[in-house]
Design a protein around this ligand. Structure first.
Ligand code: ADP
Ligand code: ZN
Length: 429
């Protein structure tokens, strides 16, 4: 076994002892990070003031913006020679958030994923096609190593070329897949067009974006599999933070590895079980980049009733964000990033509107932006050049293909007060 199975069903008192021990270790290791040393000084507290799990509330939150300010390696608590991998995720403006892993982190992370997959009964006898990005995003390599650890036959197909993906599922008799729920919808449609029934499929692991139970039912029917929700974020290793068990009613979050709080995002006050708010996590097993009270921005609640499987307390499926982050094809996009890119391009103005649609089950983003008259010759060819440039710059920053529409200067609405720059037309999820 790749983890201590007893951990999953520890009695609350024993779990707390373990959490406190790990929290104390984490508190010691964050002291090598300047940001935390300053946080403690500013809050007038010392590590020794945190004697109980409750005392953690004295510690200020860590936000995504703080990580961005520490770009690139400001949050690493170990020397660079101990870092063996780097991933990045979208920041709120131009710069990404960087996450680092030691060898031990990679092992811990793979074990967490292995544990999730074992929980839903997949393993050595399964052929697993991992249809997510293998680059800087954590979903690809994260699942890859977890699946290999438990001896699955892994197909690192990554994204794209849906017909080829379907042929592989058919020819290699794939039993389990991992992708975003919207890509799974697309896959099911293409399979239908191709007349492929994909009979070998049994298990679908879907995550990286919110999806509903209606979508689950559709996917299960169309692909003939059982669909599980998988949750995670790069700052907490990546996927593997919380996962559905066969009950598929809420996600088990691994409390031995992640200390969970739910807060009111406006006041920062801690909420009780059953109350919906923002998920705040203190990871307890991270070496390269320990964090304290990290605000995930994700909205959920701790479920009061235990699960009949006997594992830890669950969180409800994520229903949305407490900030303005958008999730487009599983990629995080902040409106401020788009603004940042546009501001760099002299040929366009700073007024813009973003439309998000779901076409053939895939998210499509259209950015409308005004041309800057002083940089525009009036020639049609010039318009095409500017448009191409904006598409490219947006792609370079967001890693996302967008449609760009250039409009007349002064034609977009001006806002008094808070601008409404994003029009999400995807409807309910
Ligand atoms: P990932 O590659 O898993 O998307 P990121 O760090 O890029 O990792 O993005 C993490 C964010 O994605 C989360 O904070 C959350 O908003 C969203 N997310 C991930 N998994 C889910 C899920 N199962 N349900 C809803 N949102 C999710
Ligand atoms: Zn359960």
């Amino acid at each position: 076994m790749f983890w201590d199975k007893k951990m999953e069903t520890l009695k609350p008192a024993d779990l707390q002892v373990l959490q406190l021990k790990r929290l104390k270790k984490t508190l010691r290791s964050v002291q090598s990070v300047e940001f935390y040393r300053k946080q403690f000084v500013n809050a007038g507290i010392a590590t020794s003031d945190i004697k109980t799990l409750e005392d953690l509330q004295k510690v200020p939150f860590t936000r995504k913006q703080d990580l961005r300010d520490g770009y690139p390696f400001g949050f690493f608590a170990v020397p660079m020679r101990k870092i063996v991998r780097i991933h990045t995720t979208s920041g709120t403006t131009g710069k990404p958030t960087v996450v680092g892993y030691t060898r031990q982190d990679l092992d811990t992370w793979a074990r967490l994923i292995a544990r999730n997959m074992t929980m839903i009964g997949i393993g050595k006898d399964d052929v697993f096609q991992n249809m997510v990005n293998y680059g800087m995003f954590t979903g690809g390599l994260g699942f890859h190593y977890g699946a290999e650890m438990i001896g699955m036959t892994v197909i690192p197909s990554a994204t794209g070329n849906t017909r080829r993906q379907i042929e592989m599922i058919r020819d290699f008799k794939v039993t389990a897949i991992h992708c975003t729920p919207s890509y799974a919808m697309h896959l099911s449609e293409v399979a239908e067009e191709m007349g492929e029934t994909l009979d070998s499929l049994k298990t679908g692991i879907f995550g990286a974006e919110p999806w509903s139970d209606t979508m689950r039912n559709t996917l299960e029917k169309r692909l003939g599999l059982t669909a599980y929700d998988s949750y995670g974020l790069s700052e907490l290793f990546g996927p593997g933070v919380a996962f559905e068990c066969p009950e598929r009613d809420g996600l088990h979050i691994w409390h031995d590895s992640y200390l969970v709080e739910i807060i009111n995002p406006k006041t920062g006050e801690r909420l009780s079980d059953g109350e919906r708010g923002e998920l705040v996590v203190t990871p307890l097993v991270k070496e390269a980049m320990p964090l304290l009270r990290y605000r995930t921005g994700d909205v959920t609640y701790l479920m009061e009733d235990g699960c009949i499987c006997g594992r830890y307390k669950k969180i409800a499926r994520i229903t949305g964000r407490s900030d303005d982050m958008l999730i487009i094809r599983g990629i995080n996009v902040f409106p401020s990033q788009i603004e940042h890119v546009l501001l760099r391009i002299p040929e366009v103005g700073n007024q813009f509107i973003v439309y998000i649609d779901r076409i053939n089950h895939l998210d499509e983003m259209t950015v409308e932006v005004e041309v800057n008259r002083s940089h525009f010759s009036g020639e049609l060819a010039d318009l095409a050049r500017i448009q191409k440039k904006v598409v490219k710059e947006l792609h370079d920053t967001l890693e996302l293909r967008t449609t760009v529409k250039l409009v007349e200067p002064g034609s977009l609405p001006r806002f008094e007060g808070k601008a409404k720059r994003v029009i999400d037309r995807r409807g309910g999820i």
